[in-house]
Write a protein that binds this ligand. Structure first.
Ligand code: GLY
Length: 416
């Protein structure tokens, strides 16, 4: 089969790498891909007309969608009556990610464990909510916000300032809501579903803050590891009962066409697990550790989901742990330089890998072209060993103004 992977990040490099290992795969294209992927096709993943011409010309049998945007814009609906398959939910189901309010209403309707939320009709009602909750809320704007739509607040003044900022950015009619704030460890749980059954991958943990100790601004993710040692079988069983199964019931009750990846962003609190968010795609940087730990063939798993055969699919994992450290350009997630030449990519051993993200090729050299530049991945039989392998690889790779967190995976180690 000939496959097109849509997207250009580290997640998509990892997807292309894993698909290429399948004996049934003849060729993998990356659309548009990056400096690390092969067979790059310079088409915007949301330009469905251009994609259609490309997939017909290249006889593509499967489109695997990396980012959410093409799903939110209806790529599954667009190709519905075509011979090729597109892996992902249709536009309606993709609202589980594209509309935070839609997702919240879905969670409440189907009894998914999640925080309470309140939708103020006006500024006066918003003020009442801030008082009632003592400002311990998460304030969210329900729309595309380029990273400026979520404020995590600890007290009333902070919540008032967040409200002021949201109204300032998006207007007095801005659709927004408050959510009860929870404290605890966050876990990413990602599964393949056909809408009836689900096969979960290993639990992973992302590191969203820019700097060590979870300090600094929120980013797309500075690193990840899996599996997560403190995720016990009992904890996973509770997440399944309280979050995953009610979600599947909801997908069925709503008759959603959902053959794709579903991501549960879970927070483990003193009162049990709660769902923070759905994503309708693989996480990034979680994918860069999940796929190296997946022993099963990725195409077999994808086809099992597309053909409603997941219940009989035996999913297998590699032993040990994987850790991913993101090497970013100084200034990210704000303004950062581009075009830095990257060296040392070849200095890796059998326990190490590099998935490229914000890179491109220029005259045979790899140069940076984005904020998150590389995902350096290490494998080990213990988490400690995997951390060691990862940072050993990072130390051999160079580009000007590189920065990375030095504590990826530490939350999974026993307290010292
Ligand atoms: N790692 C979080 C995300 O992909 O949204």
């Amino acid at each position: 089969m000939r496959i097109a992977v849509l997207g250009s990040g580290g997640r998509e490099h990892a997807l292309c790498w894993k698909f290429a290992q399948s004996s049934q795969v003849e060729k993998v294209f990356a659309v548009p891909g990056n400096g690390g992927t092969e067979n790059n096709i310079p088409i915007d993943p949301c330009d469905f007309k251009a994609l259609k011409i490309f997939v017909e010309k290249e006889n593509i049998g499967l489109i695997f969608v990396g980012p959410e945007q093409p799903l939110a814009e209806g790529i599954v609906d667009y190709f519905r009556n075509q011979p090729l398959r597109v892996f992902g939910p249709d536009r309606q189901a993709a609202q589980l990610e594209s509309s935070k309010l839609f997702a919240k209403q879905f969670m409440k309707k189907y009894g998914v464990a999640t925080a309470d939320f309140w939708q103020p009709a006006n500024r006066a009602e918003a003020e009442e909510i801030i008082k009632k909750t003592k400002g311990q809320v998460v304030l969210k704007y329900d729309g595309l916000a380029a990273g400026k739509g979520v404020y995590v607040c600890s007290h009333q003044e902070e919540a008032r300032m967040a409200l002021h900022n949201l109204y300032d950015s998006f207007g007095a009619e801005a659709p927004l809501y408050f959510e009860e704030r929870f404290y605890g460890q966050e876990i990413s749980l990602i599964g393949f579903t056909d809408g009836q059954d689900i096969k979960m991958l290993l639990p992973a943990q992302d590191h969203k803050a820019a700097f060590d100790g979870d300090k600094g601004p929120n980013t797309g993710g500075m690193g990840a590891y899996c599996p997560v040692p403190f995720c016990t079988p009992e904890m996973l069983a509770e997440i399944d009962r309280e979050i995953v199964q009610p979600t599947l019931s909801g997908l069925q009750a709503e008759k959603f066409d959902y053959h794709g990846v579903i991501y549960f962003g879970v927070i483990q609190t003193e009162s049990g697990p709660h769902l923070l968010e759905y994503n309708v795609r693989f996480g990034d940087p979680e994918t860069e550790v999940l796929l190296p730990m997946l022993k099963s063939d990725l195409l077999d798993l994808t086809l099992a989901a597309l053909e409603n055969n997941l219940s009989g699919f035996k999913i297998e994992f590699n032993l040990g742990y994987a850790v991913d450290v993101v090497m970013a350009a100084a200034g990210y997630p704000g303004v950062y330089p581009k075009g830095m030449e990257i060296s040392g990519l070849e200095k890796i051993n059998a326990n190490q890998m590099v998935f490229q993200a914000g890179t491109s090729r220029r005259d045979g050299r790899v140069v940076s072209s984005g904020g998150r530049v590389l995902n350096v991945v290490g494998h080990g039989s213990t988490l400690q060993e995997a951390i060691y392998e990862t940072y050993a690889a990072v130390s051999g790779i160079r580009f000007d103004d590189a920065f990375f967190r030095r504590d990826i995976g530490r939350k999974g180690l026993p307290d010292e």
